[in-house]
Design a protein around this ligand. Structure first.
Ligand code: 5GP
Length: 220
């Protein structure tokens, strides 16, 4: 009797990437969560948005955002270079098309840190590929504390962000998954479970058709 293990079917491996969209009010932790997810998973890439907002201390061009002026943004918009875009607070934010299309065609998953308007546009454009995750803070008090601790924005900006937070949260039911970011590692674990389960979906495993054909041939 051979104790050789059966060989893995040659169809396995190839898969269709997904667009994993994270939205949340500012300060609920989605940026940190998405960055950590990418660190743990080399086959997941982050979509870097273009914005007209000025960089915050510590942010770098090309890594956190592509920082551009209004004119450049409008030029790119007119040239149809964005997958989606939205005006958030007083600034424009947009998702450049090129890197997303490249990553998807290589079978990688792309993470988007965008607001509800962007999530909606992406889901309309690519309903089969988009998985939407909303991240909630455990309390509004904690959200405000986190925004204050950043120490980067004035009181008026923070008040504005709290009002926006309520508006953003009102869209929670448009998402496939909703996570309460009570503790960071718990939230990360839940996101990793979502990634795992979504990768197992039939439509994301195109090799299954060939595999089943081979199974059927064995019986003929
Ligand atoms: P912040 O200025 O705090 O980095 O981002 C403000 C809001 O804009 C956040 O909710 C963020 O998710 C959202 N945002 C960032 N990039 C994009 C984008 O490319 N498209 C859309 N629709 N929203 C974005």
């Amino acid at each position: 009797m051979s104790n050789e293990r059966p060989k893995a079917p040659r169809y396995r491996g190839g898969r269709r990437g997904m667009m994993l969209v994270f939205s949340s009010p500012s300060g609920a932790g989605k940026t940190t969560l998405s960055k950590r997810l990418i660190m743990h998973h080399p086959d997941v890439v982050l979509s870097v948005s273009t914005t007209t907002r000025p960089p915050r201390p510590g942010e770098s061009d090309g890594e956190d955002y592509f920082f551009v002026d209004h004119e450049a943004f409008e030029r790119q918009l007119a040239a149809d270079e964005f997958y989606e875009y939205a005006k958030v607070f007083d600034h424009y934010y947009g998702t450049p098309k090129g890197p997303v299309e490249d990553a998807m065609s290589e079978g990688r998953d792309v993470v988007f840190d965008i607001d509800w308007q962007g999530a909606k546009q992406l889901a309309e454009k690519a309903p089969r590929d988009v998985v939407r995750v909303f991240i909630l803070p455990p309390s509004m008090k904690l959200l405000e504390d986190r925004l204050r601790k950043r120490g980067q924005d004035s009181d008026t900006v923070i008040d504005g962000r709290m009002a926006r937070a309520e508006a953003e949260i009102s869209h929670w039911e448009e998402y496939d998954y909703v996570i309460v970011n009570e503790d960071f590692s718990g939230a990360l674990e839940e996101i990793e479970l979502i990634l795992k389960a979504e990768r197992l979906k039939r439509a994301r495993r195109p090799w299954l058709r060939g595999f089943v054909d081979e199974l059927m041939k064995e019986r003929r």
